[in-house]
Design a protein around this ligand. Structure first.
Ligand SMILES: Cc1cc2nc3c(=O)[nH]c(=O)nc-3n(C[C@H](O)[C@H](O)[C@H](O)COP(=O)(O)O)c2cc1C
Length: 228
């Protein structure tokens, strides 16, 4: 029997799904990431907080570029990335749910690590649907964009067996912290969201990988540090 808490989001998402359509794959090259910040690393550590309230301002493409680079950007000729990975198996895949981003139509985008670009997977604003699938957390509905940390477990379990499962969860933590710190460094706020319905989120995004974290991101509102 479906619980009442889950029934209403499921029904609401069912009715919203037709407005979210699969699109032809359009590639958007991101600007090169800025490699010098205005705050020291220690200041960023000191200031990092989970931020759940954002200004209505659109995010800019160069801000998205910084966040994608922090999550999974390539930093070594052999393909090494900003986040560590067990045996360099790199199971993590990053998606962006854009609602209000200058230069991006509302929709779902996949970050392509090798070319530092985004590929549009679907069009339409799915922020409300995603929020319903995450226990109606308003931060997702209101943020101009949400970064989705997903993973292809088999890349790591293929090498390490059962133990690879814990490695993938650890890696999601590394990626999430990189995003937190980069957001703080450029005056944005984010929060790592783990409370969501796995199946609903996967159905909405129509991806094969498992979703581990949702990270809404936006310009911090002055009330941004209030807790839910
Ligand atoms: C695994 C994990 C899951 C979390 N899930 C949520 C969540 O679903 N919603 C939310 O608002 N915050 C979530 N958070 C953020 C925590 O509430 C937050 O980190 C904690 O309150 C400490 O505050 P700080 O991050 O500002 O230091 C999660 C954090 C972690 C590490």
């Amino acid at each position: 029997m479906v619980s009442k808490q889950l029934f209403f989001p499921v029904v609401a998402i069912f009715f919203c799904l037709p407005v979210f359509s699969q699109t032809i794959e359009k590639t958007i090259k991101l600007p090169e990431p800025e490699l010098k910040g205005k705050k020291t690393f220690e200041e960023v550590l000191l200031k990092r907080r989970s931020i759940r309230l954002y200004k209505d301002d659109a995010l800019l493409l160069n801000q998205i570029s910084q966040l994608m680079f922090a999550a999974q950007g390539i930093t070594a000729p052999w393909g090494g990335r900003t986040s560590p990975s067990a045996g360099a198996t790199y199971p993590v895949e990053i998606y962006l749910v854009a609602g209000n981003v200058e230069g991006l139509k509302p929709g779902l985008y996949h970050y392509i690590v090798s070319s530092h670009s985004l590929v549009q997977k679907a069009s339409g604003d799915i922020r409300k649907m995603l929020s319903l699938a995450a226990l109606k957390q308003k931060s997702i509905e209101k943020a101009p964009a949400t970064i989705v940390i997903a993973a292809e477990f088999s890349r790591t379990t293929g090498r390490y067996g059962e133990r690879g499962i814990r490695y993938v969860y650890m890696e999601a933590g590394h990626v999430s912290q990189n995003i937190y710190l980069q957001a703080e460094s450029i005056g944005l706020g984010t929060v790592a969201i783990g409370a969501f319905d796995d199946k609903l989120v996967k159905d909405i995004m129509k991806i094969n990988q498992d979703v581990l974290y949702l990270m809404p991101v936006g310009k911090k509102s002055s009330e941004g540090e209030k807790h839910d």
